[in-house]
Write a protein of this length. Structure first.
Lengths: 907, 116
């Protein structure tokens, strides 16, 4: 009851402020009058009485304050008043405000930008119903390699599971795919998805126009409405202009005809992080697109990922037990030996934040999570440095406001009120800084995501301003406010008015404490910046080393044409012939120096066939990779032939089975033996058995630049029918032009391809772009850490400049005297610089120690440098010393030019 | 001895009680209350404005006293305070508590060594 009463009284106080003030005023005045009268009655004159009364009462304002403070509303009012005052104060020194807000904005903005990307990449949950109940089916094998989409299943396994889904609330199968919307010729590629009938209903996603497909549509060849398709919001706006007529229109996908029946909501773009699925097709319609190479008909195609929705309240253990009990039966449908990841017990992986990576390729999360988290740490350090700068600025301003503050103390303000007001000022600055930071982050985070895209795959990462991002920004703002606002507030509390009202900040204990606090802060700044610079230096050198890794081939002026023959709908043997025909056509295009074809290309980062020399499936240690190539392939790539001969037209399917191996293969598998002429007799793999080595070529990097080139075997494409991965319909044609850039032969080559077979689809890229894409992560890390380290260096430099300038202003009269007594400019400079450089040296030393401890966390990301690389440390230290000297030199030089008479007079 | 608000809580509560008692005798304005307390205590307690006004605010906020602007003897306007029913009840209760407490303290202070 008392609480309620106080609440009402407080609100009344806030609302009827004016009236209450007036009443209090009247009451006090009446009190004074009465007191004076009484005293006059006892014989004093009016003046004496007035004086006595005033002495008795003390400060009228203090009494009023005491009375006002009784209610909670006084605190609210006080803070509101403090805020208005803070605004006025900040407006009066626009320079300071601008610098402080800008510094904070940069710090907070950078942090928010990186966090917002990390949020979208790893933290945000899918915009579907109850994402915590979604799981994918995986195995330890896949999990260890970071494939959260799980193990691949074939269609038969899925059919079996589908019949047993009542153990859960629901489930669906899906697989990502690239679809070609162009009717012929150059590929117009969009990312899409095949999904089983219950995909939308299990996730709980509704169409915003038309309908989503159901199990009835997931029938081989299409359901009652034929072959249907659901498009994304983006595709609807982009290609169909957002018109309602989109429903029911015909869409040609990879040459097959589909009907659009629905549009997905804008916030749902699929489950794969960083990808947007523009087109979703029922799984049963897959044969319409892949025709003879249909995946659902091929038991060897392990292309499906399974996602389940657990029942409400179903525990993870119960669900795991349920799925494992089905495992033996499911595996039985698999003819032949199941691959290792299927033999391990099924594991359920929570999928509430979406999936990333599957089917052998690391997803966006695996590729960038670590770099981004490192950058987040770096950027937090930059924010700290920025806060130190602003703290120093504020301390300087507090010192210059000492007169004002002590006057207010003398008039009766309590130190607590003053401290509160300073804190409110800091909070206001922090809020402005955070606001500026949010604006900056909006732009910066989009720029950052753009950097994640490579020429090969486009990354689409929505960056919503959700509660996590806003909360992060608010917290960052609060922490910065506390960090730099507390120091001046505490100083105010300890201020003795008398000291401050004396000569302007000259001598006395308070000034010295100020410089030692500032000095300490600057040392911290220097140390922190140094650590950042070392980290950035290491990452930059890593990137540099990676770009200098010998590739084993010449990536200059090579055009890659990815040709898809799926629409030609031919069987594997005829397909192989078609491949050869296509390669031949391109070879005859004018300005083509050499052209060849292969199923895989170096640097594409993806390779199949993990076999050991005996041809048995094995782990990475003893793997050999295989590629199928046409004649002159090595020439187009610039891979040198070390011994023997290249594949020629005579190596047909009926001729002697041959193989070309690389040097690594020779070293690892056939050491001490003459490779050429050797027949690989004892090989369990159909790929290698009985083949004769006819040549040895140089090593070429196929996967990561960090790993050495693996042993590689090259088999003539003509001899590879039946050995190729099932359902493989694409071939990459490598073209080297005679003159001019690779792009110059693109259109001619394209025309030649179409002339050979109308139904092929193709896309172009250069080998150079492909190689650049493979080190995208390192490039990003180097770029970001470099930028932020430079920012930290600039901030630290500004801090040093400020400190030196303050020292100069404080010792102005001393400097004046020295100059008057004959000191030369150089002496003055040396005197001023000594302290600053001493502080810098301590900072650098501390920073080096810190770097020694912290850089070992970077070790996993480095390549070609050790965390304690001497050259990097030395270079960074020298650079820092140079910047520090320069930053301190400017105010020192100005000090040396002080006019002694002016300095001594200005008191 | 000046009763200041910034001293121990016991003293603050005591001031409130004294004000309530003063107003129980007759309603009066702020200055009058201070004078009356000084009078009755024969100069032992001198209440200054800095403690009086916050105490009056507090009591008014908690509904123990109520203020009313009235003309004084000199025809000036002053805010007269009077006890409410709740204030009366509180005064009775606090007086009783105080008597119990002070009796106990008195006994302790008068105890000679060895007394139970």
């Amino acid at each position: 009851m008392a609480v309620f009463r106080r609440l009402i009284s407080g609100i009344r106080g806030l609302v009827r402020n004016q009236q209450i003030e007036q009443e209090l005023d009247d009451e006090l005045r009446q009190y004074l009058e009465t007191s004076i009268e009484r005293k006059m009655q006892s014989g004093m004159s009016r003046e004496q009485a007035t004086r006595a009364t005033r002495i008795d009462m003390g400060s009228v304002e203090a009494v009023k304050d005491g009375a006002r403070d009784v209610g909670w509303e006084s605190i609210v009012e006080g803070i509101w008043r403090d805020a208005r005052f803070a605004v006025r104060i900040l407006r009066k020194s626009p320079g300071f405000t601008a610098v402080a807000v800008l510094t904070l904005g940069l710090g907070v903005g950078a942090n928010t930008a990186v966090f917002s990307v990390v949020n979208s990449l790893s933290l945000r949950t899918l915009p579907v119903t109850d994402p915590e109940r979604l799981v994918t089916i995986s195995s330890d094998f896949a999990i260890n390699r970071g494939f959260t989409a799980g193990a691949g299943w074939n269609y038969g396994m899925w059919q079996l599971l589908r019949a047993r889904l009542d153990a859960f609330e629901g489930g669906f199968a899906w697989t990502p795919a690239k679809f070609n919307l162009a009717e012929r010729g150059e590929i117009d590629s969009i990312d899409g998805l095949y999904a089983s009938g219950d995909y939308f209903s299990t996730l709980g996603v509704q169409a915003i126009l038309g309908r989503t497909f159901t199990a009835a549509d997931d029938v081989r060849g299409g359901g009652p409405d034929g072959a249907v398709a659901v498009i994304s919001y983006r595709l609807w706006r982009g290609r169909f202009g957002g018109s309602r007529d989109a429903i029911g229109t015909r869409l040609v996908v990879d040459g097959a005809s589909f009907t659009v029946i629905g549009v997905m909501p804008p916030q749902f773009s699929g489950m794969e992080v960083g990808r947007t699925f523009d087109l979703t097709l029922p799984l049963g319609t897959e044969p319409l697109i892949n025709r003879a190479a249909a995946a659902i008909d091929e038991p060897r195609r392990l292309f499906l990922f399974i996602m389940l929705r657990l029942k409400n309240g179903q525990s993870a253990d119960a669900a795991t037990a349920a799925i494992r009990s089905m495992q033996p039966e499911i595996l039985q449908t698999f003819s032949g030996t199941p691959p290792p990841f299927l033999k391990e017990p099924f594991t359920l992986v929570p999928a509430s934040t979406g999936t990333s990576g599957g089917g052998g390729a690391p997803g966006l999360r695996q590729r960038y999570e670590r770099s981004l988290l490192t950058v987040l740490v770096i950027v937090a350090a930059v924010l700290l440095i920025a806060c130190v700068n602003v703290a120093n600025l504020l301390l300087a301003r507090t010192a210059s406001r000492q007169r004002e503050l002590s006057a207010r103390l003398a008039l009766g303000a309590s130190p607590r009120r003053l401290a509160r007001q300073l804190l409110v000022e800091s909070l206001l600055l922090a809020t402005l800084g955070a606001g500026a930071g949010l604006v900056l982050a909006a732009w910066a985070s989009r720029a950052l995501v753009a950097q994640l895209s490579t020429s090969l795959d486009r990354v689409v990462l929505p960056l919503p301003l959700d509660w996590r991002v806003l909360g992060f920004t608010a917290t960052a703002g609060m922490i910065t406010a506390i960090l730099f606002g507390v120091a001046p507030a505490i100083r105010t509390l300890r201020m003795a008015p008398m000291h401050a009202l004396k000569a302007q900040g000259q001598g006395g204990g308070s000034a010295d404490t100020r410089t030692s606090v500032s000095g300490g802060l600057v040392v911290a700044q220097v140390a922190l910046s140094l650590v950042l610079l070392v980290a950035a230096g290491l990452l930059l050198r890593t990137f540099d080393q990676l770009t200098n890794v010998p590739l084993g081939f010449d990536d200059d002026r090579v055009l890659l044409i990815n040709v898809d023959t799926v629409q030609a709908g031919v069987d594997p043997a005829a397909r192989n012939q078609l491949f050869h025909q296509l390669v031949g056509t391109v070879t005859r295009v004018p300005n083509v120096a050499a052209a060849a074809g292969s199923l895989w290309t170096p640097g594409s980062g993806a390779f199949n066939l993990i076999v050991d020399a005996r041809g048995r499936a094995t782990n990475d240690e003893r793997r050999v990779i295989a590629n199928f190539v046409t004649p002159s392939w090595f020439e187009t790539f610039g891979i040198p032939l070390q011994a023997g001969r290249d594949i020629s037209e005579r190596d047909t399917a009926h001729a002697l089975p041959v193989v070309i191996v690389n040097e690594a293969f020779v070293h690892r598998i056939l050491p001490n033996r003459e490779a050429v002429g050797e027949t690989l007799v004892d090989s369990d793999s159909a790929i290698l058995r009985g083949r004769t080595v006819i040549g040895v070529v140089g090593d070429a990097i196929y996967g990561s630049l960090r790993d050495p080139a693996p042993p590689t075997v090259y088999i003539p494409l003509a001899q590879s029918v039946g050995l190729q991965p099932p359902g493989r319909t694409t071939i990459t044609i490598t073209v080297r032009p005679v003159t001019g850039p690779p792009a110059s032969v693109a259109s001619a080559a394209g025309a030649a391809l179409i002339a050979t077979n109308r139904d092929v689809a193709f896309s172009f890229r250069t080998l150079a772009d492909q190689m650049k894409a493979s080190i995208g992560q390192e490039r990003l890390a180097a770029m970001l850490s470099g930028s932020f380290a430079v920012l930290a260096l600039v901030l630290a430099g500004v801090g040093l400049y400020g400190l030196t300038a303050y020292t100069v202003s404080r010792r102005r009269s001393e400097i004046g005297i020295r100059i008057a007594l004959g000191a030369r400019g150089a002496d003055v400079v040396r005197m001023i610089l000594r302290r600053t450089l001493w502080l810098t040296a301590i900072g650098i030393a501390l920073g080096l120690v810190g770097a020694a401890f912290l850089t070992r966390y970077l070790e996993a990301m480095l390549f070609g440098v050790t965390p304690m690389d001497i050259w990097t440390l030395a270079a960074v230290s020298l650079m820092f010393a140079a910047v520090a000297t320069f930053a301190a030199f400017l105010p020192a030089r100005r000090a040396a030019r002080t006019d002694p008479s002016l300095a001594l007079r200005c008191e | 001895m000046t009763l200041g608000v910034k001293q121990s809580g016991l003293v603050q509560g005591t001031l409130d009680m004294l004000i309530l008692k003063t107003l129980a005798l007759e309603p009066m304005h702020g200055y009058g209350i201070g004078v009356r307390i000084e009078q009755i205590s024969k100069g032992v307690f001198q209440v200054n404005a800095g403690s009086l006004f916050p105490a009056l605010r507090r009591l008014e906020r908690d509904g123990l006293i109520v203020g009313d602007w009235r003309p004084t003897k000199n025809n000036r306007r002053a805010k007269y305070y009077a006890l409410t029913t709740k204030g009366r009840a509180t005064l009775k209760r606090e007086t009783r508590d105080w008597e119990v407490q002070s009796a106990a303290i008195a006994r302790i202070l008068q105890a000679s060594p060895g007394e139970a």
